[in-house]
Each structure stands twice: as structure tokens, then as C-alpha cells.
Ligand binder design. Sequence first.
Ligand SMILES: *Cc1c(COP(=O)(O)O)cnc(C)c1O
Length: 408
Amino acid sequence: MGPGPASADPRVLRAMSAQLVGQYDPVMTAYMDETMALYRRVFRTRNEATVLVDGTSRAGIEAVLVSLLEPGDRVLVPVFGRFGHLLREIAERCGAEVHTIEAEWGTVFEPERVEEAVRRVRPKLLAVVQGDTSTTMNQPLADLGRIAREHDALLYADVTATLGGNEFAMDDWGVDAATAGLQKCLGGPSGSSPTSLSPRAVAVLDSRRSVEAGLRADPDAPAPRRRIASNYFDLGMVLDYWGPQRLNHHTEATTMLYGARECARILLAEGLEVAVARHRLHGEAMLAGVQGLGLAVFGDVAHKMANVVAVEIPDGVDGEGVRRALLADYGIEIGTSFGPLAGRVWRIGTMGHNARKDAVLLTLAALEQVLRAAGARVGAGGGTVAAQEVYAAHDARHDVAAPAGAVA
Ligand SMILES: *Cc1c(COP(=O)(O)O)cnc(C)c1O
């Protein structure tokens, strides 16, 4: 029940135990095509260039930034948590001229502030995190796409922590590049990064396309001057591999492909909107529950991601001791924090396969016991009762009969 990774859906684990096939086996290439189509629906895009980058979410981030950015290109990164700092660092390593604006941890940016900075910096790329798990904030993106377009910039969004559990509409919002991972709301393991690029982003790649030396008729021909600085993360080459040419690049990670495909199949069978509503419901129940235990919640709750809550560690309570006891005595993991929040908050997730009523209620019940043992003053049942009230209100709205014996 941490901020990710979380327990995987058992169906994903089963899919990943299937036998391997060769990388040009018709089953494999059909799965690749099917996975592209599935993730177009997950990202809500028509982008042909929708693929998996092999590696964790950070691999997708690196691939997009190194493929779009050349030394000296201007980038604007609005930073509101740890992962904004990561975008800045990776863009710097690409040799880009990186400009940042910062929002205090626990808040998000007003679009006007971003627009003012875009006007001033005139970036080639506006790179932003949607949900920064380090602060639990969910940056609204709908206006940023419009701003980027009006100022002739591309918009990249890291949607790792939000996709599948919070609204994301790639095409409607004008997002040119987006990358994710499986280990948050998609209910899979880390190790595959679904990535999508708009035609505008692909046009940048096209201007930098190259074919690997050993695959060319003339391996000794000079490399194109603007060649992408990484081979593994050269999205032009990755697209040539996933596209009809099937030009050999890396060996697609077969087992991760099975897992990523199954994550998307499960999500789309549930329905994107249904999954987002499920994350909202269990996120609200967890939020009410921790507040019902008398705990304070960090950050601007109005902009909180649905799938994670940051809980302030009460004075006098040993935060790490509580985490250890939850894991040792109840088998429940919750998260610690980074940077300015280290030692100040726990982060509790409700995502993917763990966005479930039983998981929420058991976590709250266990937390109550552990907190009391740690010397905190918590009301008996305060967490589970508050969460049950959220569920009862939801059931009443949706006309669901309460199970016998449920708390009214
Ligand atoms: C969890 C998370 C990541 C994780 O990256 P990995 O390489 O998969 O560890 C990246 N970005 C954001 C916003 C995250 O929340």
C-alpha cells in the first residue's frame, strides 16, 4: 500500500509466466501490434507512435528527452516535486538549456504561471509531471497543451503515477509525448514504459533519424550530424522496430510485453472511466480514514492524486518504527518520503490491484493498532468508520445494497 510499486494483478503475473517466442514469431509481432492498439486507448490517443520502451518508467522519460532534445535546445520544467527535478536532471544530461519554475511542495501550478514562463523562455519542449508521487499532487494538464501549441513548443508529460487511475486525455489535452510505467495504477511490475508520441513529436525524430551501422549497406558512412545521443533510447530506431519495417534493434522484452499487454487488457475490460472512478472512491475512503484517525494530510487536497495520500507523522511517533511494525505484524507496506518531506510524512497508496475496499479497510485497521502501540492517541475504529461512511455514501448514490452487517 505504498506509492508504487504495489501488488500486481494475479492475471498479470499469470500472463508473465507464459513461454517465450522468437522476436519475429507471428505471435510476438501480433502481440506488439495489439499492445500498440491497447495503449492508444489507455492514453486516449490516435498516435500511431505508441510503443513500449523496455526498462522502468525512467527509461521512457530518458527515451523521450534524449530523442527530442539536442544540445542547446531550450526546455522548461515546472517543478513541484522529486520527479520534476528528475526531468530537469535528465534534460541537463541531454545537453539542453534547462529552465525551471518551482512550486512549493504540496501545491500545483496555475496555468498563467506556466504561460508566463513559456513566453519568457520560448522553449522547444515543456516537460512536466502529471502526478508527482513525492508530493501526491496532480498537476492539471488540459491548459498546458494549449499553451505549448500557442507558443510553438512540444508538451511532454510523465504520467507514470497517474495513468489508469486519474483522468488523462492525451489528444484532447494536446500532449505531444507521454510516458508511463506499469507499477502504479496499471497493476503490473516495473520494467516496461508505455510511451506515445504525437505526429509533431515524430516529426522531430524524423529529422534526426539514423539506421544502425551494422544494418546499413555502408556501415562506414558518416553518422548524421544530429543523430540521437543514445542508441538504446533512440525512439526513431524503436519506432522502426515496432513499425511495419520491423528493423532490428533491441530484443523486445517478451515477458514484459506479456505483462504490459495484460495490464492494458484488464484496464480496458474494466473501462477507463470505471477504473478512474474506482481509484477516486478508494482514494477518498483512505483519505477520510486517515483523517478519521486524527492524522493530518499533507498538501492541497483539492489537487491530490486519487491513488496516494501523504500523511503527516504525528509528533513523538517514530515514523520508520510504524512502517516496520505494519510490515512485520500485518504484511502491509506503506511508503516513506524524499527530500524536504523525508521523515515528515508517510505515503499510502490505493492503486491498481490494491484500489480495493478490503485493502483500504485492513490498512486503516492495522494502522490504528500500530499507531496506538507507538503512543499516538487514536480513536477506536476512527479510520475504518470514516472510510465505511465514504463507501456507504457511494453505495447510496449508486443504489448498491449494503452487505449484511456493514456499518451504516
Ligand atoms: C514512480 C514514478 C516514476 C518511477 O520511475 P521508475 O523508473 O519506474 O522507478 C517516475 N515518474 C513518476 C512521476 C513516478 O511517480
